[in-house]
Design a protein around this ligand. Structure first.
Ligand code: ADP
Ligand code: MG
Length: 368
């Protein structure tokens, strides 16, 4: 089996609200895949369709090469962990975790053995007789995870499972979940709106924006080669310039932006095309005079010290701010000084403008 979960041209429409748009996604067996995007972009809807709780308006979903609709819920090798834990309040921790096995009429001694194993796995030994109200948020989440894992699913779906925990516990649980996933070799499809969480935990990230899968890739691919302006700004910090291509010389591309000219490298761009240029703060440099190919000037506004790096906030004539990162100990110009930001051409990411592509398509139609 090549892919454990496959979504093929999946759409979900509620009334007039097109929530998931032509989603194609292939999940590899044993991988940790994260659906990442802002609130309302369609993550939960996608997860619910994979779980079989919700039917796609069109398109197909297959789990282990079988269409999910053909299987009864209890036959599916998929389990879900919700943000709200959804524990039974009047059952003990033991009975909460044992529930799925009891429903399947697994013999009692086997239930006992598997529950004990699970409680060890999520480090809840000794909590058997407690009730959910007697546990902390992190412990409740562990019970929810144990309960979902005890059926030995091939795929575990997790919808913002750490969202209700404080930062310190969340960081700790992130590492534990990742460890658990690798140890059990279960495919995780994990939903979060937290980019840092996605970058820390995932083998691959699927970035959703307004119901569309903008980009699918490893954390490094997505950070270094964002394909849309949304992805560039959503993942990590960056400096964004919008402008028109004015000259192309081999791979070198000059772009005219509001405050001057900048450079980057790329292929398949056209003269006159309106594009976005993204430059990460750690790739930005500055000089006290213009550098070949660059003509934007800026004024140093402020310095922020963050551990071993210094963030220089500089402002452009149009009021936009740029972030430039320097190492502590580097010589820095005084606040108020004029500087000329620049970078290695290869360090800029050039991004086609989606709207532009749409206009082009329309133009092609009207021009015949
Ligand atoms: N059962 C439903 N009926 C109508 N609209 C819904 C329903 N479920 C979700 N939506 C809408 O679909 C969009 C995406 O929701 P959701 O998948 O929950 O987003 P996310 O999990 O990314 O925050 C939202 O605009 C939401 O209001
Ligand atoms: Mg959601």
């Amino acid at each position: 089996m090549k892919y454990i979960v496959e979504l093929d041209g999946v759409n979900k429409i509620y009334g007039t609200n097109h929530v998931v748009k032509d989603l194609n996604l292939k999940v590899e067996e044993g991988e940790f895949l994260t659906l990442l995007g802002s609130s309302g972009c369609g993550k939960t809807t996608t997860l619910r369709m994979i779980a079989g709780f919700e039917e796609p308006s069109s398109g197909s979903i297959r789990v282990e090469e079988e269409s999910i609709e053909e299987k009864e819920p209890f036959e599916r090798n998929v389990n879900t962990v919700f943000q709200s834990y959804a524990l039974f309040p009047h059952k003990t921790i033991y009975d909460n975790i044992a529930y799925g096995l009891k429903m399947k009429k697994v013999p009692k001694p086997e239930i006992k053995q598997r529950v004990t194993e699970m409680m060890e796995l999520v480090q809840l030994e000794g909590f058997e007789k407690r009730y959910p109200s007697q546990l902390s948020g992190g412990q409740k989440q562990r019970v929810a995870i144990a309960r979902a894992l005890i059926n030995r699913p091939r795929v575990l779906l997790l919808d913002e499972p750490l969202g209700a925990l404080d930062l310190k516990l969340r960081k700790q649980m992130q590492l534990e979940l990742k460890r658990l996933q690798k140890k059990l070799n279960i495919t995780f499809i994990y939903v979060t709106h937290d980019q840092e969480e996605a970058l820390t935990m995932s083998d691959r990230i699927a970035i959703m924006h307004d119901g569309i899968l903008d980009q699918l890739g490893t954390p490094t691919e997505i950070y270094e080669h964002p394909k849309t302006k949304f992805v560039a700004t959503f993942i990590g910090e960056t400096n964004i310039f919008d402008g028109a291509v004015t000259a192309i010389d081999g791979k070198d591309i000059s772009v005219n932006v509001e405050n001057g000219t900048i450079m980057g490298t790329g292929e398949n761009f056209k003269k006159g095309e309106y594009i976005t240029v993204s430059v990460r703060p750690e790739k930005m440099k500055f000089s006290d005079q213009p550098v070949d190919g660059f003509s934007i000037s800026a004024v140093v506004k402020d310095y922020v010290y963050v551990g071993s790096v210094i963030k220089c906030m500089v402002s452009l004539p149009n009021g936009n701010e740029l972030k430039i990162e320097r190492l502590a100990g580097d010589a820095l110009p005084q606040i108020g000084a004029a500087i000329y930001p620049y970078w290695r051409k290869e360090d800029a990411v050039l991004i086609h403008n989606r709207d532009n592509l749409i206009f082009e398509a329309i133009e092609n139609i009207t021009l015949g």
